[in-house]
Design a protein around this ligand. Sequence first.
Ligand SMILES: Nc1ncnc2c1ncn2[C@@H]1O[C@H](COP(=O)(O)OP(=O)(O)OP(=O)(O)O)[C@@H](O)[C@H]1O
Ligand SMILES: [Mg+2]
Length: 376
Amino acid sequence: MKENTLFVEHYRPTKLDNYVGNENIKKVIKQYLDQDDIQNLCFYGPVGTGKTTLAKLIVKNLDCDYLYINASDERGIDTIRDKVTSFASTASFKSLKVVILDEADFLTINAQASLRNVIETFSRSTRFILTCNYIERIIDPLQSRCQTLKIVPPSKVEVAKHLAWILGEENISFIVDDIKNIVNQFYPDLRKMLNTIQLSIIDNKLSVDKSVLVSNNYMNLLLKELKSKKVSLILTSPPYPGINIPYSRWQIHGRRNTTLPYLILGLERPKIKSIYNFQNPTNNTFDVYFNTMRNIFSSLRKISSNKTLILQLVAFNNKDGVFSKYLKTMEECGFKELKIKSNGYIWRKVPNRSWQARLKGNIPASNEVLLLHKLK
Ligand SMILES: Nc1ncnc2c1ncn2[C@@H]1O[C@H](COP(=O)(O)OP(=O)(O)OP(=O)(O)O)[C@@H](O)[C@H]1O
Ligand SMILES: [Mg+2]
């Protein structure tokens, strides 16, 4: 076969003309390529929809030296200091250098912070292209140093045409319904579609095994499954009151985030920024924390039966006010407590994180408690 046997690599477009969809962004990029220079760019959008492809396409079509880093493998500040800085500061025959930081949302906050200076220091000769799934995981000062461009998945029809074209190039015969099913199943993830197609080729024919196409929409399937009250054990460790974390989203299928708790309740899904405020640390009332908690646990109640057991580990800085409010909120959500010990709870001291201990001294850590609940 050709130089790269994987469809995802072999058919990764290297020219703007072959890049499917995103006409507006292509116009912007075309202008840059015509000038042979780019701004710092940050592409964000769903998995497998062409962010890495676009970043690589750009450096291939510019007269530049480039460095590619997958930030999900190299997340720390050392990468920025060692690799990026040394690349940017080394003399080169080319007038332009480009650093691709793929999956930059995996960079640690410290690494992101140090990147801001690097971008500024080398702004004369070096450009940066960041890609990420979630733009809100990129710190604001970095976002403001880049032109942020949202990669919108190409339409289902465009994707289906693209897949049909690839099969034509490979002389594979197929029926259109098989392509439709694959697109419906995996949209918008082109990587999944291409891999599925490649694995489904037998004797120059596309033969799609129906079992890979479980349902047109796994979210709906999961929702149906959950609502049929089959969940018997829920293990969870909610964010401790006082910690800013996106808990109102659940993770399914690896890195896919979903606001499933809100779908279960039939509520409007929270806006991307507000989901971080499971408890907004600037607001000492804990309103946001307890409202979010109510939504999450009310949705857990909807997928629970009489047999369901909820076991959670959650920590509190002080055992009094907030803890009793927490227990009361569980009750309001329709759960009753099962006492593990007749004479109280099982607590453990949570050790301080080392950076916190360095900052604040050896203050007492928070207390974590084991809680068991069933439906009332
Ligand atoms: N717009 C597109 N036009 C043509 N092919 C595409 C396009 N987008 C994606 N593909 C194909 O899908 C594969 C996966 O795309 P890519 O690696 O760019 O996804 P990604 O957006 O970077 O995903 P992730 O978020 O998982 O990193 C590519 O190798 C390419 O073959
Ligand atoms: Mg990518």
